[in-house]
Design a protein around this ligand. Sequence first.
Ligand code: NAP
Ligand code: GLV
Length: 312
Amino acid sequence: MPIRILFAADPADWPDYQPALTQALKEAGIDAILSDTAPDPASVDYIVFSPGGTIRDFGPYVNTKAVLNLWAGVERIVGNQTLTQPLCRMVDPAMTETMVEYVVGHVLRHHLGMDEHILHQDGVWRHGAIPPLARERPVAILGMGELGQAVARALLALNFPVRGWSRTPREVPGVATDHGAEGLARVLTGAQVVILLMPNTPDTANTLNAERLALLAPGAFVINPGRGPLIDDDALVAALDGGQLAHATLDVFRVEPLPSDHPFWHHPKVTVTPHIAAQTRPDTASRVVVENIRRAEAGEPLLHLVDRQRGY
Ligand code: NAP
Ligand code: GLV
C-alpha cells in the first residue's frame, strides 16, 4: 500500500517541491501518494512542513510518523503544543554550500576593505593602508553545528585563525573550540570578525550584548546569518556608532521582512540582506526528506531529529 505524504509547507513552494519530491521518491523506490491536501488527517503518514505552512493543529494527524521541516531553524514550530510527532529539521548540502559562500563573501569584503574601492569610483587614486593577511585576522564563529563547521573549514582554508563556540564541547580540526559562558568570553576577546550561526532559542537570545561586543577587537565586523534575536540590536547600534564595530552585515531580524522604516536600512555601517544567506534547495532537500521517510519505513533512526527540550 502506498504511503501518504502531505505537503503542508508554504503553498508557494508546492510547484517546486511537487516534481522534486516525486523524483526523489522515484529514485528511492518508495511508493507514495504525495499531495498538498489531505481530506482525512488520520491517513497521513508524513508531513512536509515549513514556516508559512498550512497546519496549526497537528492533533488530528494521529498516524503521522514524522514532521519533516524544510528549514534548518525550527523556532516557529518547536513550541507548538499540538505537535507530538517526531520533528526533523533540514540539513541540506546545497544550503550548507550557499551559507559558506555567503559568509566567505562577506568576510572577504570586510577583510579586504572592498567597499573603499567599490563605493568610491570618483577619480581619486586611493592607495591607503594594505589590509592584514587573513592569518592575522582572528574570526569567532558562534554556533559550531552543521553550518558553523562548514564555514569554519572554508575560512581555515583561507588561513583565517578560527575560534568556535557551542553549547556542548565540540572538537573541530584546526578550530580553537570552546563552550559555556566563560568559553564565550575567550572566543570573543580580540576577535576581528564574529559570525553568528546559532538557532533562535530562549538560551541564545541577546548572546551578542554590550558586554560581549566590548570584548572584540576595536573596529571588528559582525556577520549574522543565524537569527535576529541572537543580537541585542540597541547594543549593536551603540557599538557601531561608538566605533567599537566597523560594520554589521545582517541577514536575519527580529521582525521579517524588516520594516521599510527600520533604522538598519539607513545606517551607514549596516548592510541588510533579506534572509537570503542560505535558502533550502528543492532538489537536494527533497532527497533529505525522502531519506528520512525511507529510514522511518525501514525502522532506522531519523536524521536531524529536533530535541524539543533544548529547542533545536
Ligand atoms: P545546528 O547544526 O543545530 O548547530 C547549532 C549550533 O549552535 C551548535 O553548535 C549548538 O551547540 C549551538 N548552540 C545552540 N544553542 C547554544 C547555546 N545556548 N550556547 C552556545 N551554542 C549554542 O544548526 P545549523 O544547521 O548549523 O543552523 C544554525 C542556524 O542557522 C539555524 O538554526 C538557523 O537559525 C540559521 N540558518 C539561517 C539561514 C539563513 O538563510 N539566514 C539558513 C539556514 C540556517 P551544540 O553543538 O553544543 O549543539
Ligand atoms: C533559514 O533560515 C532556515 O532556517 O532554513
